[in-house]
Design a binder for this molecule. Structure first.
Ligand code: G6P
Ligand code: MG
Length: 219
């Protein structure tokens, strides 16, 4: 039986996936790399430096820059991203998410956060959910990012639960792969084709309820 839920942040709890996409798109334009939907989807859930590498690779430019130049580009993207998130408020929590978290906690489930974003604590503060997530995997301590399972394995460890007792909630294919690799139940939020590897898929967060999850798991 499930006892814990491990949440991704960007694109699951709030709409920051869109802002990451906008900021990377802007940088890709500057680098002369063609922005495509498949590149945009492939970047979801992927760490900052790995994302930059994927963009450079998509443009055949992976050998064109020094490490220092890459760090400068990643910093520039992040500065743009920080501007995009600066006006976020509790009204930006996706529909049904707060209700789902309240229901989980009221029923004795435990929750943790498995976001690759170093900005996650800042965003939680903006949207008023810092008190909900006292257990956060620090992405700076990971040896590998999503799709590697490490972040979701750690998300269960900090809950003191075996992976089988945990479900992970993700909007990205890389994140679903990480959950599956950690042997947890994967819940995808978004497009069923993009997230076809997930155990359970909901098109929107408003469908994220224990009743709906139980109904899907019974199938
Ligand atoms: C999340 C997002 C990615 C982002 C990554 C790193 O996983 O889905 O789009 O690249 O975090 O975020 P950061 O805020 O540290 O650059
Ligand atoms: Mg995400």
């Amino acid at each position: 039986d499930l006892k814990g839920f491990i949440f991704d942040l960007d694109g699951v709890i709030t709409g920051t996936a869109k802002f990451h996409g906008q900021a990377w798109h802007q940088l890709a334009d500057e680098l002369g790399v063609t922005w495509t939907e498949s590149l945009a989807n492939g970047l979801k859930g992927v760490s900052r430096m790995d994302s930059l590498e994927m963009i450079l690779k998509a443009g055949g430019k992976e050998n064109d820059y020094t490490e220092a130049e890459k760090v400068a580009y990643a910093t520039k993207k992040n500065d743009n991203y920080l501007k995009l998130i600066s006006n976020m408020t509790p009204a930006d929590v996706f529909p049904g998410v707060k209700e789902f978290l309240d229901d989980l906690l009221a029923k004795g489930y435990v929750i943790s956060l498995a976001s690759a974003s170093k900005n996650a604590p800042t965003i939680l503060k903006h949207i008023g959910l810092s008190d909900y997530f006292t257990k956060i995997v620090d992405p700076a301590t990971l040896s590998k990012g999503k799709p590697d399972p490490e972040i979701y394995t750690r998300g269960a460890e900090i809950l003191n639960l075996p992976p089988e007792a945990c479900a992970g909630v993700e909007d990205a294919a890389a994140g679903v792969a990480a959950i599956n690799g950690a042997h947890e139940t994967s819940i995808g939020i978004g497009d069923a084709n993009e997230l076809s590897a997930a155990d359970i898929i909901f098109s929107e967060t408003s469908a994220l309820t224990l009743a709906n999850i139980e109904a899907q798991m019974a199938k």
